[in-house]
Design a protein around this ligand. Structure first.
Ligand SMILES: [Zn+2]
Length: 155
């Protein structure tokens, strides 16, 4: 959440009224406090080093991250959305404006370590603005309509 307009102006000399309307709306919707952004960066770093084929972190970084989030075990980071294991080498496939792996949120607007992770680009696009629970319900409803016989046979 962004600081109130008067506080931004007094403390940081930032006048929100000078921004274009769409930019201001995006800032108000998505801005997160500095501390939350740092905690998210720490968590994402820990998750990246826990991916399959991840490089070994420098010892002091490993100790720092493990102190925050627990043991770094290569091969344990999965897509936040589809839960398939993620491969560190997929980062190298990133192109301008298009990455194979993206940061993702369980709930779209909460920017904190408990709510963020990495996801396949395709999964992230499919989730859209839904929470993960809403997304899974939506997928389940689609599968129920698309494959009614297979869901019936499991009952
Ligand atoms: Zn995925």
């Amino acid at each position: 959440m962004l600081l109130p307009g008067h506080e931004l102006l007094e403390r940081y000399d930032i006048d929100l009224d000078l921004f274009r309307e769409d930019v201001r709306a995006k800032l108000l919707e998505k801005a997160a406090p500095y501390e939350d952004c740092i905690r998210v960066a720490q968590k994402l770093t820990w998750l990246a080093y826990s991916m399959d084929k991840a490089p070994e972190p420098p010892p002091e970084l490993r100790a720092y991250l493990e102190d925050l989030f627990g043991f770094i075990e290569v091969g344990t980071t999965t897509c936040l959305i589809c839960r398939a294991p993620l491969d560190f080498t997929q980062f190298s496939l990133a192109r301008r404006g298009k990455a194979e792996l993206e940061t993702a949120h369980s709930a779209p607007r909460a920017h904190n370590p408990e709510n963020v992770g990495f996801a396949h680009r395709a999964c992230n696009i499919a989730q859209g603005n839904k929470t993960l629970d809403q997304f899974y319900d939506w997928i389940a409803e689609i599968l129920e309509r698309a494959r009614p016989q297979s869901s019936n046979s499991t009952r």
